[in-house]
Design a protein around this ligand. Structure first.
Ligand SMILES: *[C@@H]1O[C@H](CO)[C@@H](O)[C@H](O)[C@H]1NC(C)=O
Ligand SMILES: *[C@@H]1O[C@H](CO)[C@@H](O)[C@H](O)[C@H]1NC(C)=O
Ligand SMILES: *[C@@H]1O[C@H](CO)[C@@H](O)[C@H](O)[C@H]1NC(C)=O
Ligand SMILES: *[C@@H]1O[C@H](CO)[C@@H](O)[C@H](O)[C@H]1NC(C)=O
Length: 232
């Protein structure tokens, strides 16, 4: 009985108009009211209620009335003048970023990387840019002037030396003589290319084998993966 009264009080305090299907994982959040992270208007929230008879959570979706917005700090709908809605869409944690950085084919600074350890590859495929975040080899940093990863490049925003492994395989059948990107002579399909990185300042190179995204092919003239290149 006490449970039912609590739930009733809860619902009255919610000042909500209507309930909808669930958008919050109440098992993960526990009981309470939670903002819907995909709602950029800050008007939608979910009430999670523990049902002790089944040991599970019930969830109810609500929309704050009129122009009011949900304040996740207080768990209440409040006048929009009392709470600044600053929801940013959550970025998916994959190597493909959804921000529209690409305006041309090539390699570009990854503005989300504070230590220059990653960069963005843009490839135009069928009229749409394929955007991939690539990781520089250990202890090298993306130099926008050369579009290469350099061990001696001083990242102006360096905070820490993050050493993430490049998502590539190291080859033994190709020998780098200078930094840069080269067609893989053993690949007649033009899908792969070698990337030679100066890992020390003394002329020692490390070669990495990359595969162009999707249907794109490596153009040895522009030294880029391209959606319009024809392999000859
Ligand atoms: C909800 O969260 C729980 C606990 O974190 C997790 O085990 C479960 O898989 C989640 N359910 C969904 C649908 O994501
Ligand atoms: C907010 O809730 C309303 C009503 O269910 C729904 O139509 C709308 O799509 C929701 N908005 C978001 C961003 O989830
Ligand atoms: C890069 O650094 C990480 C962590 O220090 C290490 O585990 C990994 O083996 C290194 N990779 C290469 C290719 O040196
Ligand atoms: C990159 O180019 C800019 C403009 O030409 C120059 O000011 C800067 O010093 C260069 N940086 C490096 C690391 O070469």
């Amino acid at each position: 009985m006490a449970n039912h009264i609590n739930i009733a009080v809860f619902l009255v305090l919610c000042v909500a108009w209507q309930a909808y299907g669930a958008t919050v994982n109440c098992t993960a959040t526990g009981a309470g009211r939670f903002a819907n992270s995909d709602d950029t208007t800050c008007q939608n929230y979910t009430l999670c209620v523990y049902d002790s008879s089944t040991g599970t959570y019930l969830s109810y979706d609500y929309v704050c009335p009129s122009t009011s917005v949900f304040n996740p700090n207080t768990g209440l709908c409040t006048a929009s003048s009392n709470y600044a809605c600053t929801v940013t869409t959550t970025t998916v944690a994959t190597t493909t970023v959804s921000t529209e950085t690409c305006t041309a084919e090539g390699f570009f600074v990854d503005s989300s990387s504070s230590d220059c350890s990653t960069y963005i590859q843009c490839v135009l495929i069928d009229g749409t840019y394929d955007e991939t975040t690539l990781t520089c080899p250990n202890n090298t940093y993306y130099n926008p002037n050369t579009t290469l990863c350099d061990s001696d490049y001083e990242c102006t925003t360096t905070t820490t030396t993050v050493t993430t492994e490049a998502t590539t395989t190291v080859s033994t059948s190709f020998s780098c003589t200078a930094a840069g990107r080269y067609a893989n002579p053993a690949d007649s399909t033009c899908k792969t290319y070698y990337y030679c990185v100066a890992t020390t300042t003394t002329g020692i190179f490390t070669e990495y084998l990359y595969t162009c995204p999707s249907t794109s092919l490596f153009n040895p003239t522009s030294k880029l993966c391209s959606g319009s290149y024809t392999c000859s």
